[in-house]
Design a protein. Structure first.
Length: 291
């Protein structure tokens, strides 16, 4: 469902020096909708992002910018959104930080940004860009459902298409976010707009015809045809699910941004395109304050 062609795929921070690991060849997969728990989601998605990281950075790195902060394929930036608030002098955690582009931007704005990601290979790319740009984002290998930080460590936690749609135990991830935030802290994240789950993941006009129930929360699953193992998972929650979850975890929802597709933006990214983007939102960005 995310920004990746289907059937295309692929810890300790001291072991993250850039290297030249060979890229795992693309694997044949079949797509299903079925229940997958947290352990299986993590077991699939970590290695998947390891396999896919080189291709992801090669395809999207220029658009993201080494020290750029976009909230999604529409190219809507944090400089335009201002949803994090003033980050100057703030302790900031990016969950699902990938190669750290967003956190690097936060650092250019005077924030002390740190990254966390499930994929070792993504973090190796982060280290590579740290070295090339001179803007270093200290990062750690980990998962959104078990943040390796003390209570009350951060003023801001954010995720730009990071971990949240990849975890099964989303209530655990949001509760752990609340735990590491200081009282009054800010939480902002972007995800595939929940209404997108009604449509096939197709950037053409065919992708504008609803074919699945918005209320069907059954995860999107790719299964490796050769091993029969789950190789990639995404989880769907409705807008109402998100509002209930945030409110029930002690957050006050302040923003729900649905960036419009810019008029002259002709980039195609997975199922995102101008053809669909002119009619229906592709990205939802939530902003909330911890009480
Ligand atoms: C679409 S990328 C987004 C990364 C970055 N924000 C960007 O815009 O390029 C999603 C990232 O989430 C990470 N991820 C997936 N599941 C995760 C989890 N459970 N905990 C932390 N990160 C996770 C992936 O490894 C990947 O780097």
């Amino acid at each position: 469902m995310l920004s990746r062609p289907p059937a295309v795929y692929g810890r300790g921070v001291n072991d993250l020096a850039p290297d030249s690991r060979t890229h795992t060849p693309h694997k044949p997969v079949r797509v299903e909708r079925r229940r997958v728990d947290e352990a299986e989601s993590r077991k699939a998605n970590g290695p998947d992002w390891d396999r896919y990281a080189d291709e992801y950075q090669a395809s999207h790195g220029e658009f993201l910018g080494d020290a750029g902060f976009v909230w999604g394929p529409e190219g809507f930036t944090e400089a335009e959104a201002g949803i994090l608030g003033d980050v100057t002098g703030r302790d900031v955690l990016e969950v699902g930080s990938g190669a750290g582009q967003c956190s690097r931007w936060v650092r250019t704005q005077g924030g002390r940004a740190y990254g966390l990601d499930l994929s070792r290979r993504q973090l190796q790319h982060s280290r590579r860009i740290d070295e090339a740009s001179g803007i270093v984002v200290p990062s750690v290998l980990g998962t959104a459902t078990d943040l390796p930080f003390a209570d009350d460590s951060f003023d801001v936690v954010f995720s730009s298409f990071g971990a949240l749609q990849f975890v099964s135990d989303i209530d655990v991830a949001v509760a752990d976010t609340a735990r590491v935030l200081r009282p009054g802290g800010r939480f902002a994240f972007s995800i595939t707009h929940p209404t997108r789950w009604m449509f096939p993941d197709d950037p053409s006009e065919a992708g504008l015809v609803a074919s699945q129930s918005y209320w069907d929360r059954t995860p999107y699953v790719e299964v490796d045809d050769t091993t029969g193992e789950v190789s990639y998972v995404e989880h769907h929650r409705t807008l109402g699910d998100w509002v209930s979850l945030l409110a029930g975890t002690g957050f006050v929802l302040t923003d729900l941004l649905e960036p419009e597709w810019p008029e002259h933006h002709d980039r195609i990214w997975g199922g995102w395109s101008g053809v669909r983007g002119r009619f229906t939102p592709g990205t939802a960005i939530f902003g909330a304050n911890l009480r």
